[in-house]
Ligand binder design. Structure first.
Ligand code: BES
Ligand code: MN
Length: 458
């Protein structure tokens, strides 16, 4: 048996223990956006650091002004040096009442077709995904006594909450992080049989706006029509953001957005994507957004503007005839190509200000900003990863675009000058950020086996 075959056999035999370790981290409520969980978030970082020590990494929990970073190194081997990135923080679990079972009490659920899934917040995004890589390292170490290549592991605790402190950390730790290539396991497969490497991600610019009108809530009979209603002002702003064709109307918004290259579009066409199935899975059937552009083109190569939340006035049971003093919305833009998040933010603020009456006031709170990122796949690491994944799944791994954002990817490219291979085993129905998040047991098991092969190939 070759070393790789022994490692794969070890992974199969050790799967229950790997699951047990995954369950331990999923139990920790590392909800980065909510300060109430800062202690548990740190405890989670410490757990991962100890776990990496147990695999022979030299590991540290490094403080930042926010949640800590885990930085671990094992450079005993020679060969392609890899920087692996994952995030140990998770999204809040609410609305809790929509969970079947406890979000932080992970469990295996067997579906009617016999397939099994791991349920829990972070089971997929990103604890389950990042553990596939870590478990592959553990198996190599257990079987051969060492890792096959030099590896640095960076685990972030603020990916889901804006990641304010990572740029500073990357600048400060630049020399320690330098490697030949970076790898991230935080993206999806093409479908449940076909592995995928994501070669582009959208950037993000997110902003919360508060429209303040009267200095108190008002009786809508006494003041209706006479006093500005911030809900109406906000609704007008939001409606104005898109024209009848679905194009975003903020001046300069599409600066730096070329039409996608014909070869790229042709490659995506060949993937055989079904808009009907994609929307059907979530109970919809009519593509929204920009007219005349396919769903894949829109989510992979066009920017979008989405209202993620809005609030104003009375939303409790019953009815209250009130004109609220304030209305607010959380609005985010997904960016592509060379769109500059800072310019977009400024243009959006001007757009909003121009629609707020002089006797009212608008307040802005900045959330995250990051540019889009895209990679050429000619570097050997992409080919070797594709080979490793294809061998495991018995199907050629696809190069795909991605609509989500992983801000560190852009920073690794820009600050550290490295390519990032994004290989992940998530599925589009994993319900990440949503109640009943799951990771398929097959994703977890074959994900670990895939990384074991990729490490060998590198
Ligand atoms: N893992 C996701 C992004 C993702 C999921 C990319 C599936 C491709 C396929 C990541 O953890 C995430 O959710 N990112 C946030 C970033 C934001 C909060 C700054 C996102 O995209 O909303
Ligand atoms: Mn996420």
């Amino acid at each position: 048996m070759s070393d790789l075959e022994k490692v794969l056999a070890h992974i199969d035999a050790d799967l229950d223990n790997a699951l047990d370790r995954l369950f331990q981290t999923v139990r920790m409520k590392s909800i980065s956006t909510d300060p109430a969980y800062a202690g548990e978030t740190r405890a989670c970082a410490e757990w991962h650091s100890k776990d990496l020590e147990a695999i022979g990494f030299k590991s540290e929990v490094r403080d930042t002004p926010g949640h800590p970073v885990v930085l671990a190194k094992n450079h005993d081997a020679k060969g392609t040096k890899v920087l692996f990135y994952g995030h140990y923080d998770v999204q809040p679990a609410d609305p809790l009442e929509l969970w079947e079972g406890e979000p932080f009490e992970p469990k295996i659920v067997t579906l009617p077709d016999g397939s099994k899934e791991i349920r829990g917040r972070g089971a997929s995004d990103d604890k389950g995904q990042m553990m596939t890589f870590i478990e592959a390292c553990r198996a190599w170490k257990a079987v051969t006594g060492k890792l096959p290549i030099p590896i640095t592991i960076l685990l972030e605790g603020e990916e889901e909450s804006g990641g304010a402190n990572l740029p500073g950390f990357l600048d400060a730790a630049k020399d320690e992080l330098k490697a030949d290539v970076a790898m991230i396991c935080d993206t999806n497969m093409w479908d449940k049989e076909t592995p995928a490497i994501t070669t582009s991600l959208r950037g993000l610019c997110a902003e919360e706006i508060f429209i303040h009108a009267a200095d108190r809530d008002l009786h809508s009979g006494f003041y209706g029509s006479a006093a500005a209603n911030p809900n109406h002002i906000l609704a007008r702003i939001i409606a104005d953001l898109r024209d009848a064709d679905g194009r975003i109307t903020i001046p300069g918004f599409y600066d730096g957005v070329p039409e996608p290259a014909p070869e790229l579009l042709a490659g995506w066409d060949k993937l055989g994507f079904s808009e009907k199935a994609f929307l059907g899975e979530v109970g919809l059937s009519i593509p929204a957004g920009e007219k005349g552009r396919s769903v894949l083109e829109q989510t992979w190569s066009r920017p979008t503007c989405e209202v993620n939340g809005m609030h104003g006035g009375y939303i409790g049971d019953g009815f209250k005839t009130v004109i609220p003093a304030v209305a607010s919305a959380k609005i985010s833009f997904r960016l592509v190509y060379d769109q500059d998040p800072h310019k977009i933010r400024a243009a959006f603020r001007d757009f909003v200000k121009a629609r707020v009456p002089k006797d009212c006031r608008v307040e802005f709170t900045e959330f995250g900003s990051g540019r889009a990122v895209a990679f050429e796949v000619s570097a050997p690491a992409f080919q070797r990863t594709q080979q490793g994944m294809s061998d495991e799944w018995g199907k050629q791994a696809a190069f795909v675009g991605g609509g989500g954002s992983i801000p560190v990817t852009t920073m690794i490219k820009e600050k550290l000058g490295m390519d990032v291979v994004m290989a992940g085993f998530g599925l589009s129905d994993d319900r990440i950020h949503s109640p009943n998040e799951k990771y398929s047991l097959t994703s977890f098991h074959k994900g670990i086996r895939s990384w074991a092969r990729v490490l060998a190939a590198l």
